[in-house]
Design a protein around this ligand. Structure first.
Ligand code: ATP
Length: 322
């Protein structure tokens, strides 16, 4: 019996996920989305990355049923998203639309009631989120008197009010100070540990690498790369030899493409089978090396390769639609 229940639970747990298949959207001549597919499972944070205009917001709006697609489907738990399911989704749009003159607490309670909660449940949820986000002291202030970072926290609280099954956050870290970024990252991890599925877009790739397990990268409306961050890094056909000299030291090695902003710290992009010792020995022959390292490219380098803004070969991991 235990085994049966275990298998059933696992099946249920796995089945509860967002599945986006073949989204295609044209605005006049522009093909904004071209066959975009992705999956976000419960308990998973997926980073949705791409240059400006790549199609992230359009995809997120399609998931939230805010824009009609020419083709493609969005399902949750294997079923098309109806109004009841949609209510279990929390969304933080990139353009933060709130009533400037409304008081913070009133605004949250109002939205809680709009999504079908009783006045007392909406108020309780509002107070809980105000406290979690450090906004209790601002509850009676008008939205317009809040700093943009605090307005962003209110917008985040709006997405969280109903303890959503799926969270879709468009640029949640934009404009936040480092302390607020840390607070938000911790909150997101807690929510996901509770079983929420989370899709977030961001241009802050260091943060994405820290917070997300998987990424989907889009460019010109098409998915160009997807996978677990660690797998994408290790599967890359290039490696980085980092060298730090004590003083500014000219170094133009033939072992790979060289990057240096200050002439003292270098990153040399080499082929995966290059022996780093040889590169480091060459550096030592040039000057006083005080530090060095050998690592896979970081997420921003993977990203630049994937969107064709770099000379690296993009890593390709599996063929699974995630
Ligand atoms: P960013 O990182 O700048 O927010 P994004 O990846 O979110 O970009 P989208 O906002 O999804 O990109 O836009 C994708 C493309 O679709 C862009 O070229 C954009 O100009 C176009 N687009 C989006 N909405 C509309 C619209 N309502 N009418 C016409 N074109 C649109």
């Amino acid at each position: 019996m235990g085994l049966v229940v275990g298998v059933w639970c696992r099946h249920r747990y796995r089945a509860r996920m967002l599945q986006v298949d073949g989204l295609t959207k044209r605005y006049g001549e522009l093909l904004a989305l071209d066959d975009v597919s992705l999956t976000v499972r419960r308990g998973e944070i997926v980073g949705f990355l791409g240059p400006n205009g790549a199609g992230k917001t359009t995809t997120m709006r399609a998931i939230m049923q805010l824009v009609a697609m020419d083709r493609g489907t969005v399902t949750w738990d294997g079923r098309p998203v109806d109004l009841a399911t949609r209510r279990r989704f929390g969304y933080m749009p990139a353009e933060r639309g709130m009533y400037a003159r409304m008081r913070v607490r009133d605004h949250l309670v109002y939205y809680g009631r709009l999504s079908g909660r009783s006045a007392s449940t909406a108020a309780a949820s509002t107070d809980r989120w105000l406290e979690r986000l450090g906004l209790t002291g601002r509850a009676d202030d008008e939205i317009q008197t809040l700093s943009s970072g605090n307005q962003q926290r209110v917008q985040f609280a709006l997405a969280m009010l109903d303890e959503p099954d799926l969270l879709v956050l468009d640029e949640p870290f934009a404009g936040l100070d480092p302390i607020a970024v840390d607070t938000l990252s911790d909150l997101l991890r807690e929510e996901v540990a509770r079983g929420t599925a989370l899709l977030l877009s961001s241009h802050q790739l260091d943060l994405v690498a820290e917070v997300c397990s998987g990424v989907v990268i889009v460019d010109d409306g098409r998915v160009v790369l997807r996978g677990e961050v660690s797998e994408l890094r290790s599967a890359s056909t290039s490696r980085v030899v980092a060298v730090e000299f004590a003083t500014v030291t000219p170094w133009d090695t033939a072992h790979g493409r060289v990057e240096s902003d200050d002439g003292r710290r270098y990153r040399v992009h080499v082929a995966v089978d290059t022996d780093p010792e040889v590169v480091i020995a060459e550096a030592r022959a040039r000057g006083d090396v005080i530090g060095y390292g050998f690592s896979p490219p970081d997420l921003s380098e993977i990203f630049l390769a994937a969107v064709g803004r770099d000379h690296m070969e993009p890593a390709v991991v599996g063929g699974e639609v995630r």
